[in-house]
Design a protein around this ligand. Structure first.
Ligand code: NAD
Length: 243
């Protein structure tokens, strides 16, 4: 039996499956991940500095000027074969929902309905003083026109509605924890599983399956590991299970 065939078997036997996705599901949409050698963001910059709460608080103009081109790149991306396959698997009742570390919104764009964004999203930003929300498109336009950092009418600085290094995790994480402990199977796709506390979800799963290009620190406890491109692997699985 191949690793993909074992994954099909696990998905078929599982009463309730949760999927956990990471930046690797969006590289085929042109968004770089963090840790892939040469192409990952980490090879060009220190994301911990770029996406840090401290930088936003101390030098909000620097934060927004660095973030603006990157956020625009995320906003112009389109879902790929993996996002579409996961949406089909949800529609067919084979998976219960997707917990994603991604902030790009591509699962919803592909048609997934049950999505928990445990690191937030780039659809909007909020004023740090009065919490008023504005669409990210409007905020990026303000920055492009030289208003950096973008400010609210109350004088407060806007921040993106994503989880920055140094931020607490949103309520969605609690919910993700519940989904995972109530699932028979956790399928991880495109994540190095190096970012805590999200990687701890992989420790709590009853059964674990991993689809990733590179090995992860949790392969040893997985029931199957499919090494390959997320788009190709997941499309083949969806074609088999929901033709
Ligand atoms: P990561 O960069 O740590 O790991 C990505 C993994 O995906 C790597 O192990 C890599 O080998 C694998 N991968 C890359 N392309 C793949 C493909 N086509 N098919 C299969 N596997 C592939 O990413 P992470 O584990 O998600 O953690 C990084 C953090 O960065 C997360 O918190 C995430 O929110 C954030 N991030 C998000 C985005 C996004 O929203 N698209 C992009 C970059 C980083």
């Amino acid at each position: 039996m191949t690793d993909s065939e074992r994954l099909i078997e696990l998905l078929t036997q599982s009463q309730y499956t949760t999927v956990l996705t990471g930046a690797g599901v969006s590289t085929e949409s042109g968004i770089p991940d963090f840790r892939s050698p040469e192409t990952g963001l980490w090879s060009k910059m220190d994301p911990m500095e770029l996406f840090s709460r401290q930088v936003l608080e101390l030098t909000p103009d620097v934060f927004w000027q660095r973030a603006e081109p990157l956020f625009r790149e995320f906003a112009s991306a389109q879902p790929n074969a993996c996002h579409r396959a996961l949406a089909r698997l949800e529609q067919a009742g084979i998976i219960g929902g997707v917990v994603t570390q991604n902030i790009d919104g591509l699962h919803q764009m592909a048609g997934s309905k049950r999505v928990l964004e445990v690191h937030g999203h780039l659809r909007s930003g909020s004023c740090r003083k009065c919490c008023q929300q504005k669409s990210m498109e409007v905020l990026l336009e303000q920055v492009r026109k030289g208003e950096s950092p973008p400010r609210c009418n109350c004088g407060g600085v806007f921040r993106p509605d994503v989880v920055l290094f140094g931020d607490p995790l949103p309520e969605e994480f609690e919910q993700a924890w519940q989904w995972v402990i109530n699932s028979d199977l956790l399928l991880v796709v495109g994540s190095s599983l190096e970012v805590a506390p999200v990687c701890w979800l992989a420790e709590r799963s009853r059964q674990l399956a991993i689809v990733n290009m590179a090995p992860t620190g949790y392969d040893y406890r997985a029931d199957t590991v499919v090494q390959g491109q997320a788009g190709e692997v997941m499309q083949a699985i969806a074609d088999h299970l929901c033709p």
